[in-house]
Design a protein around this ligand. Sequence first.
Ligand code: DOR
Ligand code: ZN
Length: 345
Amino acid sequence: MELTITQPDDWHLHLRDGELLGAVAPHSAAHFGRAIVMPNLRPPITTTAAAVSYRESILKALPAKCSFQPLMTLYLTDSMQPEEIKLARKSGVVFAVKLYPAGATTNSQDGVTDLFGKCLPVLEEMARQSMPLLVHGEVTDSNVDVFDREKAFIETVLQPLVQRLPQLKVVMEHITTADAVKFVESYEGPVAATVTPQHLLLNRNSLFQGGLQPHNYCLPVLKRETHRQAIVSAVTSGSKRFFLGTDSAPHERRRKECSCGCAGIYSAPIALSLYAKVFEEAGALDKLEAFTSFNGPDFYGLPRNKSKITMRKSPWVVPESFPFSFGEIVPMFAGKTLQWQTFMS
Ligand code: DOR
Ligand code: ZN
């Protein structure tokens, strides 16, 4: 079986910097036309100037004659000024601003402590400039159960936000619950969501199967099976509000397999194969292309890619790890056999 589709983009990607960037950027560039690149470096990318320079480092890390385009983002802080949004828009290289509630996830310590108290002028400028807000949708209150943090965020932050700024484009990143599906589907304004391969294929049992499974640990954490099923139904329904965002988040093996392991699943080299599996199993392969290649650029107001890729059913084994100069990265489904392979047309 063979499928030729418009080249996909990845609307949520962690490329890191330094040696790790060099190791992972070619994997994304091998399949995707563009990617929205997350700004949670150390220090975070909080200015347009920093985004321009990070973009140059990414371009240098790509193989020769590669047309992959990194679409840069800024990391929202309590002290960001509306002027920065104007600079970002004018630069032509920044395409969104990412909201990390302070303390929610990896390198979020400089994130937002009080969205409505500190960031309203910036959010208003974003609405004027049609600059999307990308949201890590979890509350950080330690009294809220970790499995309920997305739902609590929708109720306490997202609903008030879209009511206050109905023009603001909002992407709820890496959704994990039926509550998020419902919020995105039912709100009339410009709200969309990215969906990762792990939240389509795994439920929270996979964290504990035969022992603790650090390579299945990400944030927001995997949820129960009913939530997974709701997300699969949403993406395979043909709704334009859901699009591909891998949240591929590489960490060196020893930072995952230790007493306090990092959150993040590395999926870039296998992501397309996994999305094809989900759509095939749902009997919805005819809806795959819109999810991977149309809904994202349409929401962002960008042109769809012109080139095509071919996906063919031909079994292959995911490598156990990808070595680089300082260590190795273990991908999602390491050592497992997958059915779909991608070829550039
Ligand atoms: O699992 C995650 N890893 N979730 C995030 O939100 C951040 C990411 C990372 O940067 O490692
Ligand atoms: Zn992420």
